[in-house]
Design a protein around this ligand. Sequence first.
Ligand code: PA5
Length: 416
Amino acid sequence: MKVEINGMDANREALMQRCREMEKWHRLLMSDDETHLGGDFKGWVRLPRDIDRELVERIIETAEDIKDKCTLLLVVGIGGSFLGARAVIDALSGSREGRPEVVFAGFNLNGAYMSKLKKRIADESVCMCVISKSGRTVEPLLSYAVLKDLMFVKYGQEEGRKRIFVITDEKKGDLRREAYENRFKSFVIPDNIGGRYSVLTPAGSLPVAVAGHDIRKLLDGARSMQCGDWTAEGGLITYGAARTILQEQGKCLEIFEYFEGNLEYFGEWLKQLFGETEGKDGKGAYSACLFFSRDLHSIGQFLQQGRQMFYETIIRVAKSDEDAVIPQYAGYPYAGKTMEQINGCAEEGVVRAHRKAGIPINEIYVDGLNEFTVGQMIYFFEMSAALSAYALGVNPFDQPGVEAFKKEMKSLIEKL
Ligand code: PA5
């Protein structure tokens, strides 16, 4: 992975200064000290290197067991207990051949959506994995209750219990009790890892492994980033440094862009990661995600000439080998070129046009989309988000705003 920062020439000095500050935060994050701001939630920082190898093998074994039992895995969760797994599976082009289809639930309260799942449970061979760190979140718990009922009706208690898996906190929460009472197989989301940083825990890795992707390689990629050069001179830190400076200069919107449709849910994961990590005390940038070429033909005009309150972060994925040659067609001039060649021109063309318009652009170069590079991206953005929050002076690992909304919703439900 490579990072290039554009449009910061007038801020070179400030950028270096910010990189040096972030280097200190990085050292503190990597240390054993847990007394600093957010210090009790940094379990993800050393996870790729320190992960329990036996746990990884148990996850893979369980994934194989699920694969042998079903054609459809329902994964029930929301926020950090949903987006990471979905982002990785989508980035890697969905479930591999011969693996169960992984379908997500619990991230909405839509009756029609549940109705469709009900039909699928009736028609297919199904397993379910419910994920909630707190074990208290309304959306997944309600979906779980409905789906568990259907599974037990279809399979009976004994077989049903072998088809339901729980991923939650080690000791607390309703789901832990549920797993214990029903003798469901369960995995733990460690206490010191918050939802949006949990994709490399069983919350992400079990669904990813069921879909047939190699979680060892995912961890290898993350580990390579963990061991990357996060010093002021190393380059990796410059992205976080640049984005915080731009925010302080009034750029309140970060637009993530990609020409790779499989990154759409990775974009959703980024929105949560940055939104919840730094959106506090009136700080942070609102994250938006755009898939090009599609969105060039809708929001492209605004980007080029609209109100300049944003900066861009473009994820530039090396072109895949899968391609199609353009045939001779009614006088079109591009015959013989490939789609990916033209896509490359679109990508470079956008960067040039936006640079000319004076838009600050961070470029993140990724060497294709596979388990290793997705692991790299996960760790890179996690670390960048955490360091950015520290630079902005907020705790990266809490989310009091989300809690406030949950409280209001519950009080309304209680009045129903
Ligand atoms: O980042 C977070 O902690 C939150 O967005 C949670 O992931 C989300 O609210 C779901 O919580 P839980 O896993 O406890 O159901």
